[in-house]
Design a protein around this ligand. Sequence first.
Ligand SMILES: Nc1nc2c(c(=O)[nH]1)N[C@H]1C(S)=C(S)[C@@H](COP(=O)(O)OP(=O)(O)OC[C@H]3O[C@@H](n4cnc5c(=O)[nH]c(N)nc54)[C@H](O)[C@@H]3O)O[C@H]1N2
Ligand SMILES: Nc1nc2c(c(=O)[nH]1)N[C@H]1C(S)=C(S)[C@@H](COP(=O)(O)OP(=O)(O)OC[C@H]3O[C@@H](n4cnc5c(=O)[nH]c(N)nc54)[C@H](O)[C@@H]3O)O[C@H]1N2
Ligand code: SF4
Ligand SMILES: [Mo]
Length: 746
Amino acid sequence: MTTSDNRYKPTACILCECNCGLEVELGGEDGRRLVRLRGDRAHPASQGYACEKPHRLDYYQNSSDRLMSPLRRTPEGSYEAIDWPTAISEISARLAKVRDEHGGASIFYYGGGGQGNHLPGAYATATRRVLGSRYRSSALAQEKTGEFWVGERMLGAYTRGDLEHCEVAFFIGKNPWYSHSIPRARVTLKEIAKDPKRTMIVVDPRRTKTAEMADIHLQVRPGTDAWLMSALVAIIVQEGLLNQTFLDEHAVGLDEVRAAFAGVCVAEYCAHAGVAEDQVRQVAGLLAKAQSVASMEDLGVQMNRHSTLVSYLHRLVWLLTGHFGRPGTQYIPTPLLAVADGKHKRNSPVLGARIIGGMVPCNAIADEILTDHEDRYRAMIVEASNPAHSLADTAKMTEALSALDTLVVVDVAMTETARLADYVLPAATQYEKAEATFFNFEFPDNYFHLRAPLMDAPEGPLPEAEIHARLTEALFDFDMELMAELRAAADEGLDAYAAVFTAKVAFDRTLAPLSAVILYRTLGPTLGAGLAQAAVVWGLTLQAAMQHPEPIARAGFGGSPMEAANALFRAILDRPSGTVFAKGEWSDVLGRIATKDGKVHLALSDLLAVLPELEAGPGSAAQDFPLVLSAGERRGFTANTIVRDPSWRKQDAQGALRISPSDAQRFAVAHGGQAKVSTARGSAVVTVEVSETMRSGHISLPNGMGLESGDGVAPNTLTSLQDQDPFVGTPWHKYVPARVEAVPSA
Ligand SMILES: Nc1nc2c(c(=O)[nH]1)N[C@H]1C(S)=C(S)[C@@H](COP(=O)(O)OP(=O)(O)OC[C@H]3O[C@@H](n4cnc5c(=O)[nH]c(N)nc54)[C@H](O)[C@@H]3O)O[C@H]1N2
Ligand SMILES: Nc1nc2c(c(=O)[nH]1)N[C@H]1C(S)=C(S)[C@@H](COP(=O)(O)OP(=O)(O)OC[C@H]3O[C@@H](n4cnc5c(=O)[nH]c(N)nc54)[C@H](O)[C@@H]3O)O[C@H]1N2
Ligand code: SF4
Ligand SMILES: [Mo]
């Protein structure tokens, strides 16, 4: 199914992880402007849905900060344009020198993809391999690693909730009306809200748009979710609201959990959380009695005190009540590539911090550079990410990035991070090359969308696949005969190619890790105009066909793994609006539990061990900092730092500080006026928005603001590296002790 109107070309939105399918009409004098955008009805997940943001995607494509040439930093600190051969030879020589002197492990890789572009990370594996780079990280290690780790240990897997079909939807620290993250979020929210048989429960200190639509809003005191969620578990345990049949059959560890919560004083914990006890009891009853509960936690708790503990308590709530493996409850999706791995295999080299899913905790990175330790990171490649802005403690992060021997940034725009780099490499935008993401978490049908480019890249920028191919080739002698053989096989077709590739590359210990670049150079040229960067996807389809043959066969791609992979890859190339690549069945889900014994593990002893610490209560705010700042709230016109031009915002251009009427009065600040917000780490002057939606004691600032090019406050000038989760090092961006003072008008 493709669009009948051929002025429009299919692609996707890149502003949040939903990646809604879009149709775009190009225009402008050079034909390179995204002039008209609409939801693509042929997209299997979004089905024509889009929110307000993508209509202004031209601000991304035609940004004034666009990089058009490789840049090298001059001794004076400015930048000069250099050509690609110079850039590649100098960068590879500098990184090789760091590798030879200090070991490849001292070369760190950060990023690899954002909300819309995950192919660069796949290509970077080759560059990292030839450099011997061992450590990497990305934004996921400052939000999701706690959830991944807990999921891995309890279920051997990452789970999601079937919010589209549940009777009860439970959102914890999540505002999908503005932040989306589920397909067609607003349609789903409206459907739940208007159906009297369905219930929406929201846990959030702010009366968000989502909370307003909810049947029950637990307006928790900021940073006290651990008490609230403990109270919920305690009620379930103490009142016998357990789904005993489910637990007997599928779970172990119930006795330890029972013992840990038997003595919890629910009334006291509800008081600590600032929520009425009867409301919490009502919620526990609803969750236990409902046919199906689907839930979702996000940054409100994942970037907050006790984040990993709350991820655990959250899972206990739906597991104890048996909301798993049935329509409308939680499931384990079939990923094309697992971005959500929660395994802990090793620790970081300097601080010994837990590395989850291969990602070093973001808060550890600066300290692992700014040290005399022999194993410190000395060079870094940053790709499709802006850590100088997005990681905690901007000043410290800037100091750390500046202290590196070599920093290479690959981006489409001159970012805050690029301004610290020794070399800046210009990438083609996501509308100038083949792109895709691996945020494929749907169920039972699961989708993959390979986007063809809307236009060629201008002279200068290159797709990341080409950049990594050139870097890898500068550092490694490929066997040109083998490359020619693969290239010839590719010309004969996928089947011939697959045969040579599996015989000579896939199982070769030296070559397999370089697969992405080999595929790009040999299969890539046969894929059609602008699609070479899609070559790595063939390798992933082969992996997926080996790992999940049944759901992939059900989607129409059966036969041997190679046959399935080839058919799937052809479908991915042929369907410009996205492909259903896997069809799950609810009866599969329990069988996907991947713990050693196939059971749900309810008792995580290290997390149960910290529960008694809650008995002392949350403590009171420091005198200097009586308020809690959420540094980085999602709003109507925020999209991390993907769109840099401030004029893209139709509202909230200054990124106002939200404050409750009572706090505004207490600190003598007025709506529309200026105020100074201060934390232990910094201060900033902000525009004030007095809002009834805020709970007193809680203030918030938007994310993605305060770029060099724009207004507002860069939230991480106010955050600190120390405020982090003790288990996995995720930052507490939503829990920054702060104060607000009036600024006299000039
Ligand atoms: N518009 C827009 N959408 C986006 C993005 C964007 O930049 N802009 N970014 C995308 C990305 S990268 C992500 S990770 C997601 C994040 O999506 P969300 O997690 O939904 O986004 P936030 O607004 O940061 O935080 C969610 C809620 O947490 C609440 N909160 C604050 N403190 C607490 C607390 O102590 N307890 C509880 N229970 N809640 C608390 C806030 O009031 C807020 O409503 O959004 C994605 N979608
Ligand atoms: N205080 C605070 N800090 C936060 C958050 C918060 O709530 N509060 N939220 C955090 C969260 S959840 C996230 S996900 C992170 C996001 O922060 P980052 O991971 O740093 O990502 P973005 O800000 O999305 O930056 C994406 C970069 O990719 C570039 N880009 C776009 N397209 C391409 C491309 O095709 N190729 C290349 N090479 N580059 C491209 C953009 O120009 C931009 O520089 O921020 C985190 N930081
Ligand atoms: S929901 Fe996300 S992906 Fe979809 S249109 Fe809005 S910002 Fe884009
Ligand atoms: Mo995120």
